[in-house]
Design a binder for this molecule. Sequence first.
Ligand code: ADP
Ligand code: MG
Length: 399
Amino acid sequence: MKNKNPFSSTSTVFKDASTFDQGWIPDWRTNPLPCRNDEINSLTALFKPVLTQNGKYCVNALILGRGGVGKTITSKYFGRIFRDAAMEQDMSMLAEYVDCNEHSTRNAILRSVLSKLKLSTGRGYSDPELMKQLVAFLKNNNHYLFLILDEVHKLEPDDLLSFINASITFGSHNVRMSFLCSSRSQDWLRYGTERLTSRIQKVYTFKPYNTEECYEILKYRNQLAFYSETFSDDILKMVAEISADEKNMRTGIEILRQVALHLDENNNKVATAEMIRKAGGNTISNYNTDLLNYLSSEHEYLVLLAVARFFKYHDKTYITTKEINEQYDIVSEEYGIKPLKFATLKRYIKRIEDFRLLSKTFALPEGKKRGRESRYSLNSFSAELLEEQLTKMLDNLYP
Ligand SMILES: Nc1ncnc2c1ncn2[C@@H]1O[C@H](COP(=O)(O)OP(=O)(O)O)[C@@H](O)[C@H]1O
Ligand SMILES: [Mg+2]
């Protein structure tokens, strides 16, 4: 019997897996950067004088925001636009991205920049000497350096200061470089001092993407990365909610990738809501089933069980209040508990929502022209696991 190479028989939902690469950014000439257009426009205005003054201009900017709000992708995307604009007017510009986790000293950064410029750097040079060499080279060759310093708080404050102070140290007409720094707000809070901040001309604070924005971004990334039948719009909406809840775009993108790998492993083509819930649960590390311990009333357990049952047997992304009520009546009867009236039940649903076990959105009822219904989704638990766990708990309480 001959073994078949497993690679030969696998199909894939990935159209372009490289869009998940660490350093991936869309090509600005052909692809937009959704939801950060205003920021790109503002950066463009801020750095424009560099081009109009032919490089005799420097400006420092800083992007703050939580993790996963697009700081890195936006600065890189802008870096390409800036470099290409410079090239179009025959100005040579090195737009260099530095992750300060990797290059965490002025020396390492200078050496890497100088080597990109093909300048040899002997061992014996001190940092100030290297800096001088760089400034001189840029000036003599009509070159410009646009340096993106990502996770900038990893640099010694003095090292950062010596960069953003260059125009003072060497004279603003001699210095042909600008800096775009970024850092998580939390990290900057501990790091940024007056003497640093006063050297930064503009600070951007990126807000987390809201649900609609997450949805727009996920639709875009989905269309780049996967064949069209893989993730339906409803599923993408569900992932958008998880991302927006977490205030982190990375979570949503990672869920898509995880689920896609799962599909490939099992030779499936279409993602289901339960797969998303499972991946969501794995991806979101700060989430845990201990939450179940906070629930205090049997009715809360019954409501959750109702929801878990519903999702286990219906491949849907949301459940309406009416459906919760129906399922709840059924499970209450199963355990011989008198079901609550609808008005009271709603209070319990609210409590579960407050614990973020369920998340609520409003939408136009299906098939209707007007009105508003509440829709609940279970985003971070597998319905199957939740059902199993709740059934065990209730079976103990009501044998
Ligand atoms: N506007 C956007 N369009 C497409 N993908 C985005 C966008 N914003 C963020 N992402 C993606 O979300 C993830 C997190 O973004 P990133 O720039 O790394 O965030 P931060 O640097 O703020 O932590 C990355 O995978 C990135 O590609
Ligand atoms: Mg980043």
